[in-house]
Design a protein around this ligand. Structure first.
Ligand SMILES: *Cc1c(COP(=O)(O)O)cnc(C)c1O
Length: 368
């Protein structure tokens, strides 16, 4: 699905040099490289505050912890996402409330938000799934009139651009009140271990989140808030500083591979290629096709031909045993349930060559 080894070979010298500096400095946590990463990301994203942390799940957790919520407060998100998005809500004793997704973009259906917003709703967490932004203009408009926060789960879309109807462009993750990302190794900007970050232009929230990520300490050994141990390793920051320089090139490579796939499948009536929306570009964390109810057979046949594929995500979250207590049932989110059964993601990374792309797409066209 990804070829991190081949990518590493291109940047090996830079990474090893950076590692050497960290090892010589022995500032292993929150060292110089971590500060540089915060500055570099601030500049890349045009965002006032970037707070590196331990992983993407912690980024979401620390963000929610900064909002002064109380048990039972409601947070709206989608059931078609990685479990972290919902896990952090549940961990804090808050109530996850779901809305379904759009059948073509797989992102939050913002037209359903008003139906579920109550006096207890405190935040919306849109997930920019597969690398394309949700309709953030609409989502933020609704949030503003209802005075609720927007926390973007930007784990899959770092580097994507959102365009407002007046032409203004903002980077994904900097549009709502807070943006969260993951630098899990296979993410578009991936570390060589766990890592994550939080973005915000709100100084007050930034101050609080920065402290929360370090045990709630405002000064050493004095905690203002209940916090977390969620700091970033300097070695991971070296990897991220190096890769950030190439992120736009990486996004271009992914788009080239996506274009190749698009052309290969555009004439096949049984394959629906990813829709592009007018308000966001696509950074293709995943290249995901809608191929209907024969999906599992197709996946097996691809595997027999030596082609990896993945299902993101095979079980919508409202049907996980862990979230049964929310009392949702089969049929509550029909689009999420359908897509969990009918989509498939193909290999997508920065090192795909024409031969591989040809083999993958010819094989899939023969199967479907
Ligand atoms: C990867 C991911 C996360 C969690 O990130 P970790 O760094 O693995 O904790 C959260 N949300 C989404 C949508 C993700 O893809």
């Amino acid at each position: 699905m990804v070829d991190l080894q081949a990518q590493y070979q291109h940047i090996k010298a830079e990474i090893l040099e950076g590692f050497e500096q960290v090892l010589n400095s022995s500032a292993y946590i929150n060292g110089e490289a971590v500060k540089e990463l915060a500055d570099n990301l601030s500049e890349y994203l045009s965002c006032g505050n970037v707070i590196p942390c331990g992983n993407g799940t912690d980024a979401l957790l620390a963000s929610l912890m900064a909002l002064d919520l109380k048990p039972g407060d409601e947070i709206i998100t989608v059931p078609f996402t990685f479990v972290s998005t919902v896990e952090v809500i549940a961990l804090l004793g808050l109530k996850p409330v779901f809305v379904d997704i759009h059948p073509e973009t797989y992102n939050m259906d913002e037209t359903q938000l008003l139906k579920v917003i109550t006096s207890k709703t405190k935040a919306i967490i849109p997930v920019h799934l597969y690398g394309q932004c949700c309709n953030m203009e609409k989502i933020c408009e609704i949030a503003k009139t209802k005075k609720i926060y927007v926390i973007e789960d930007n784990a899959q879309a770092i580097g994507a651009n959102f365009q407002f109807s007046d032409g203004t462009i903002k980077k994904s993750g900097t549009i709502g009140d807070i943006g969260c990302t993951s630098f899990y190794p296979s993410k578009n900007l991936g570390a060589y271990g766990d890592a994550g970050a939080i973005f915000t232009n709100n100084e007050e929230l930034a101050h609080k989140i920065r402290n929360i990520a370090n045990h709630g300490q405002c000064k050493k050994y004095l905690s203002d808030f209940v916090g977390l141990n969620s700091r970033l390793d300097s070695l991971q920051a070296v990897v991220l500083n190096t890769k950030l320089k190439y992120l736009d090139e990486y996004i271009d490579s992914r788009n080239e591979a996506a274009k190749f796939y698009d052309n290969a499948f555009s004439e096949n009536p049984n394959i629906k290629i990813p829709k592009r929306v007018e308000y966001s570009n696509h950074v293709f964390h995943q290249y995901t096709l809608h191929i209907g109810n024969k999906r599992d057979i197709v996946k097996n046949k691809l595997s027999e031909a030596g082609i990896p594929s993945m299902i993101y995500y095979p079980y919508p979250l409202h049907l996980h045993p862990a979230y049964k207590y929310l009392n949702y049932k089969i049929g509550d989110f029909p689009i999420s349930e359908k897509m969990a059964k009918e989509v498939i993601s193909l290999p997508m990374h920065t090192e795909l060559n024409k031969e591989q792309l040809n083999y993958i797409s010819n094989t899939l066209n023969e199967i479907v």
